[in-house]
Design a protein around this ligand. Structure first.
Ligand code: CP
Ligand code: NVA
Length: 311
């Protein structure tokens, strides 16, 4: 079932969605996964602009294939090949693109640019990753958890490593749906303060337990899911050396750490991964790993989002 209440809306962060809307997207993703041809042709005659200011494999290809399988036309736009790269304003770009296309997705360096884009665009804007948030990733993560455990509420997620954009995003997603989340990071690498405050505040409604600790072993205790992400996100390359010192070896998700989680626990990672940094090969390539299903699910959740927003 298409989520009618999302029609015409932006998706910049899952904070803006009701828990039922998020669960609706998860269920719709499952239907779309069962039948790849479901709703084919539904977006016929529609065009989607996909602006990328940073590299991408999964987000770019899953959105492109999602739009194509639904009968629409994806238009990939490299930021530096648009006039944006030469100083045209976001406001002007948004107003012009809105005259051509039905929806705009954007991967940007600064989350504020997405807000500006959404402010000036007459068409819905979807966040394809910013420095602050990655809602499309989290929808796929929640869907993967639901597939594996048959539920999301009450599942314990342990995040080990950098409290980055993907961490902020799963923090919101888990809190919306009543999953528990324990984040282990070195001091100074905590998730965004406003996101954390939001999660703490809203956890009371959903019954989620939210905590930030320093010790990875404490975080993974009783965890059903252990998640991590790269220690050096796109655009942070200059901090690489310092980050390696701050994260390694303590924050690597190793077999030893996975064995401290609940029996049957799974490992998740948005990818791309750096084996030997945030995760050991034994974990990402071993039985714990759910990363390939998680990556596949980006396609089904992208379709669910596009169908619901475009109706
Ligand atoms: N997980 C994710 O967003 O991957 P890409 O950077 O390849 O799109
Ligand atoms: N935190 C990573 C996620 C990539 C999908 C980054 O922003 O580079």
């Amino acid at each position: 079932m298409i989520i009618e209440s999302l029609r015409g809306r932006d998706l910049l962060t899952l904070q803006d969605l009701e828990p039922e809307e998020i669960m609706g997207l998860v269920r719709l993703s499952a239907e779309l996964k069962r039948d790849r041809r479901l709703f084919s042709g539904r977006l016929s005659g529609r065009s989607i602009a996909m602006i990328f200011e940073k590299p991408s494999t999964r987000t770019r290809v899953s959105l492109d294939v999602a739009v194509s399988e639904l009968g629409g036309r994806p238009i990939y736009l490299r930021f530096d090949e648009l006039q944006l790269g030469r100083g045209e304003t976001i406001a002007d770009t948004a107003r012009v693109l809105s005259r051509y296309v039905d929806l705009i997705t954007a991967r940007v360096r600064r989350h504020d640019d997405l807000i500006e884009l959404a402010r000036w665009a007459d068409k819905p804007v979807v966040n394809a990753l910013s420095d602050l948030d990655h809602p499309l990733q989290t929808l796929a993560d929640l869907f993967t958890i639901w597939e594996r455990f048959g539920r999301i509420q009450g599942v314990k997620v342990a995040w080990v490593g950098d409290g980055n954009n993907v961490c902020n995003s799963i923090l919101i997603g888990a809190t919306k749906l009543g999953a528990h989340i324990s984040i282990a990071c070195p001091r100074g690498y905590e998730p965004n303060k406003k996101y954390l405050e939001w999660a703490m505040e809203n956890s009371r409604k959903s019954g989620s337990k939210v905590e930030v600790v320093e010790d990875p072993e404490e975080a993974v205790k009783d965890a059903d899911v252990v998640m991590t992400d790269v220690f050096v996100s796109m655009g942070m390359e200059a901090e690489r050396e310092r980050r390696m010192q701050d994260f390694l070896p303590r924050y690597q998700v190793s077999g030893k750490l996975m064995r401290l989680a609940k029996p049957g626990a799974i490992f998740m990672h948005p990818l791309p991964a750096k084996r030997g940094e945030e995760v050991s090969p034994e974990v990402i390539d071993g039985e714990w790993s759910a990363v390939w299903d998680q990556a596949e699910n980006r396609l089904h959740t992208a379709k669910a989002v596009l169908l619901s927003i475009l109706g």
